[in-house]
Design a protein around this ligand. Sequence first.
Ligand code: ADP
Ligand code: MG
Length: 386
Amino acid sequence: MSDIRDEVVADFSDAFGYEPQGVWSAPGRVNLIGEHTDYNDGFVFPFAINRRTVLALGVRDDRRIRVASSFADEVVEIDIDDLSAEALEGWSAYPLGVAWALGEFGADLAAVPGVDVFIDSTVPVGAGLSSSAAIESAMAVALDEVWQLGFDRSTLARVGQRAENDAVGAPTGIMDQSASLLGQKDAGVFLDCRTLDAEVIDLGFQAAGLELLIIDTGVSHSHATGGYADRRASCERGAAALGVESLRDVTVDDLARAREVLDDETFRRVRHVVTENQRVLDTVRTLREEGPLAIGSLLDESHVSMRDDFEISVPELDLAVEVAQANGAIGARMTGGGFGGAAIALLPTDAVSRLQVAIDGAFAEHGFGQPVTFTVSASEGAKRER
Ligand code: ADP
Ligand code: MG
């Protein structure tokens, strides 16, 4: 099998006519548990996956930046002095937005040289595995090194988020970049979205003979549609009615009082966030005390909460979860923002192919489009490859 690092170096040389100075990469991520908790100042627990965005970079002796990607048939070129959030558009707003955002975080962009960058990736785009954070994080570590900025990884995560929020215009949180930059092999990144404290927690999937299967339903979801904004608004309404800054400040014990204060729908939205935060904490504690074989029920409960209380599942996701649970998974849930996208199932390695066949059969039987299933393992975060 050809190595994507060799390919990206060859593509760089073809595009720019010289040898790159180095190769950097950053992974996509999957969220193990903690959904719609990020904007409520709560907890999330993603891990970096073994699908990566890889880039080759060469330093120039002028002030131009040129970016090219195997996913795009254009080379986008800009002068460093012309970088601004408004000037950037399309796919290149992700990598160029990072160059711009480094300046927003204090890098002296007046003093750095131009670069040429060629990008390739094995992270599927738009499947909820955050190809966007992968491209941002690869660019962030590469520029941090060749521009000798010395930013720490948490700052680079905020740089990627700033690029995505302001240059791309997508109102996303800090989870994806944190996972891509801080992830480690066979470990998850337990992130407190209020303090931005991040802790790397051993998953132990490999030692326990477990595998995580992604079941991409192919049902497309879009943050632009009303559902996501509507759920955020419900959370803000709930927090205001309960007199707290955010739902992070509400505990499971407070829910009895919340039921008296809130209308039924807002109460159920609040209950999802409050119990989901608790499930993230319980997952981390359970991993430490008992190991991964004991976290299955937390994944299952997370799905029920999203299906019934937060109401962000769709029939394809519910079917994927049910079939997984009936075919050897120790736990399964939808993952990501909802209204489509993927489900995850944690299961013994020797049960994977049986489940894949069962999923295909069940989707066909229900007249649903054919899902795409593949396993991912927890991998190391962004790094220099060569
Ligand atoms: P995802 O769930 O994969 O993060 P997003 O919509 O957030 O989906 O980000 C996908 C977008 O990021 C693509 O449409 C493209 O603009 C950009 N992108 C991601 N990876 C690459 C790549 N390797 N080359 C060029 N652009 C990319
Ligand atoms: Mg994304």
